[in-house]
Write a protein that binds this ligand. Structure first.
Ligand SMILES: C[S@@+](CC[C@H](N)C(=O)[O-])C[C@H]1O[C@@H](n2cnc3c(N)ncnc32)[C@H](O)[C@@H]1O
Length: 267
């Protein structure tokens, strides 16, 4: 790392230094004509590889890094192959709705403290088509888990709803970074469906379902609904009250949600 730049924990800065991993990320890029958006270019090691292939827009929050990046990519900025935006990316999403004006792929080594939030925002961003991001392995497993797996969570269900394909491409050990993070990382690949509509109330319902992931689903739901009302729904759908949240698939969650919603409207 350059002597003058000290990694800031508050911005989740772990700079990826392993050239093999950098080239593996580039090889995983979808073969299409989409623009690239990078969140958190840091010292520009991944960015340098990205701009060789495609026009790229990057969002960076740290003023010190902006100075480094402006100098490193002076030519690319000048000839408009690279656009550097100095802001908190979550604010940019609040203000603009989308991180780019036309179809783009999000490729980034994400700051882990807001990684989940960023991926959920990318799900809602209509111009974002593909997501290839480095995140904590444990979190990547939550996004890609299948029903009956203990990692299966509300994130897995949301991912199943919005994606054509979602999988972990490969793991990355802490030694590949400077400074090394405390956890193993993974590259998560998600290819989104063309039309994504997430019902906010369904997402709230899922939150309640997984509020205590190891308890019975019935118990989690009975914090919000009367037991008799729930028992009726369980009977109608022919499901056991002993089921745990990770044992219910997307289709059954959707059916339960429809019944809960309709039942509530009638009562
Ligand atoms: C894990 S580092 C990755 C740096 C670089 N891309 C690399 O691979 O070495 C995360 C980067 O995200 C930036 N960052 C953190 N929070 C951010 C935010 N809210 N908006 C934009 N960038 C952010 C950090 O300053 C840092 O550059």
């Amino acid at each position: 790392m350059k002597k003058s730049i000290i990694a800031k924990k508050k911005f989740g800065q772990n700079f990826l230094k392993d050239k093999n991993i950098l080239s593996m990320i580039i090889q995983s890029m979808p073969k299409n004509s989409n623009h690239i958006v990078e969140i958190g270019p840091g010292l520009g090691d991944l960015t340098e590889n990205l701009v060789k292939y495609k026009d790229t827009t990057a969002y960076e929050v740290d003023t010190d890094l902006i100075a480094v990046l402006k100098s490193k990519f002076a030519i690319e900025i000048e000839n408009k192959r690279f656009e550097l935006i100095h802001t908190d990316v979550l604010k940019a999403w609040d203000e603009k709705g989308s991180l780019y004006k036309s179809k783009y792929d999000l490729i980034a080594n994400l700051p882990y403290y807001i990684a989940t939030n960023i991926i959920l925002r990318a799900f809602e961003d209509i111009n974002c088509e593909n997501i290839i991001v480095m995140i904590q392995r444990e979190v990547a497993q939550k996004f890609t888990a299948k029903v009956n797996n203990k990692e299966y969570s509300s994130l897995s269900i949301i991912t199943e709803l919005v994606s054509k394909e979602a999988r972990i491409l490969f793991d990355v050990p802490p030694e590949s970074f400077d400074p090394p993070p405390k956890v193993v990382s993974s590259i998560l690949y998600i290819s989104k469906k063309e039309k994504v509509e997430l019902d906010k109330d369904f997402l709230k319902f899922l939150k309640v379902c997984f509020s205590q992931p190891r308890k019975k689903l019935f118990k989690n739901l009975s914090g919000l609904y009367k037991k008799e009302f729930l028992s009726n729904i369980y009977n109608e759908l022919n499901i056991k009250e002993t089921l745990r949240p990770h044992e219910v698939d997307v289709s059954l969650y959707s059916q339960m949600y429809t019944k809960v919603k309709n039942g509530k409207q009638q009562s």
